[in-house]
Ligand binder design. Structure first.
Ligand code: FES
Length: 257
């Protein structure tokens, strides 16, 4: 809803979207012994269509999964994988974990900030880019790295960043832009997140109690996140698939254990 109380077009469109996505949500729920496990994939599904996880989507998920809205919101707010307010068409999340820092993440982050003219958790005025510095993305073997709209980009250098941003500006980047069903503000932070959104949210997995632990290959608590990729529950393409194809046997073993 606008500050002036007007209902937005996105909110008007939500009931139709929910109707369209409900069969897919039911299919996802059917895959899990405990329906609660479907929460993250369902939130990803709505984010894919709305460009962020709206209040309406969280309420709908709570109803479908018989959870309280507070449980849904606290889960969604835990991860840097979910945006609770509209973001730019390209969300650049640079890793500032230990391996990446040793390999020059500080310089890469400074370069991206300078290039885009924005800082941590900010969106450019034209709504094209959002930028965030995140904890370990569980791709330390390819540090320094980042995610663009949740797709991995590895071995970052200023040249890689230059080419990436140029291609995005030209509308020709390989990763699909985020859906933008509502214009983004200058930041997507939520007031009550002030503590957690400045460095202690997890990029990772379900059930990880330490927000600085992103989970990952070999970490059983990362299974639900890995499960998404392995089963192509939501279609990930390009570099992310490339890495998971390379690590396929280790990933499958982790999922099966
Ligand atoms: S420290 Fe960057 S991916 Fe692990």
């Amino acid at each position: 809803m606008h500050a002036n109380g007007e209902v937005t077009q996105r909110e008007r469109d939500f009931p139709a979207l929910l109707q369209r996505l409900r069969p897919e949500c039911e299919r996802i729920i059917g895959r899990y012994e405990n329906s609660r496990s479907a929460l993250l994939p369902i939130m990803h599904l709505f984010q894919e269509h709305e460009g962020f996880v709206s209040h309406e989507a969280m309420r709908a998920a709570a109803q479908m999964l018989n959870l309280t809205p507070a449980v849904v919101e606290s889960t969604v707010s835990f991860y840097t994988l979910f945006f609770r307010k509209p973001v730019g068409k390209y969300v650049l999340q640079v890793c500032r974990g230990l391996s990446c820092t040793i390999n020059g993440a500080e310089e890469i982050m400074a370069y991206v900030r300078e290039k885009l003219g924005i800082g941590h958790l900010q969106t450019t005025e034209d709504g094209l880019f959002s930028y965030e510095e995140v904890e370990c993305l569980a791709a330390c073997d390819r540090a320094t790295c980042m995610q663009v709209n949740l797709e991995f980009v590895y071995d970052l250098t200023p040249q890689v960043i230059d080419e990436m941003i140029e291609t995005m500006r030209a509308g020709a980047y390989a990763v699909k832009p985020m859906a933008q069903t509502q214009a983004p503000g200058r930041t997507w932070t939520v007031a009550q997140d002030t503590q957690v959104s400045h460095g202690s949210k997890s990029a990772g997995a379900s059930g990880v109690s330490n927000p600085n632990n992103a989970g990952g290959v070999g970490d059983a608590s990362g299974v639900i996140m890995l499960d998404r990729f392995v089963n192509k529950d939501i279609s990930f393409t390009g570099r992310t698939q490339e890495r998971f194809a390379r690590d396929a046997s280790a990933v499958r073993q982790a999922v099966e254990e």
